[in-house]
Design a protein around this ligand. Sequence first.
Ligand SMILES: *Cc1c(COP(=O)(O)O)cnc(C)c1O
Length: 222
Amino acid sequence: MIADDSSTRLAAVQDRIARAARLAGRQPDTVTLIAISKTHPTAAIRPLIAAGQRAFGENRVQEAEAKWPALREETPGIALHLVGQLQSNKAEAAVGLFDAIHSVDRPSLIAALAKAIDKTGRRPDCFVQVNIGDEPQKGGVAIGDLPALLAEARTAALPIVGLMAVPPADIEAAPYFALLAKLAREEGIDRLSMGMSADYETAVTLGATHVRVGSALFGSRA
Ligand SMILES: *Cc1c(COP(=O)(O)O)cnc(C)c1O
């Protein structure tokens, strides 16, 4: 049964996060598990909500708009995170829907988000995404441009709470997690959104405060 599967998987992931946190001398409750539900229908999400999971992530505004208003009406207290690239023309919709945005990566988006926050009165937690592996096809600000972008975000009064990164695929992620943690320390930022299904325990040992786990909870995406 799907329900049994996903609640069993949830317990296993929570357990691994707790073990990794203790290994690093941290309290398990300093790590937020974000269940990344992109591509999965509401029927696959409900069992996790029933099992107590409350933080979820999507990578597309439109898909989130289609799925989450109904789920949130059924269960109050759900926090919705945007983990995908955001077009400036969707900033207002994103600010209206999400409690956290993990993909702030350029001046034009900062301006659009600041305007949307002003207009709606909603202030989602914002993470600046860093292109930690310097990969042209990936979103995120270049490491060298991070200080200037953060300065711009502060000037725009954007509620920047953390840094986010997706390391290059298929190679050891730990050095990239350590680098993101170092950049955050240098900038006086305390939250770190890093770690996915393949490497969330490593990320926790290196300081992740938010791990973004999809397939380890929901099974593989079609
Ligand atoms: C899809 C996605 C995840 C989750 O990936 P899994 O490997 O399925 O855990 C995490 N972060 C981002 C930005 C994603 O797009």
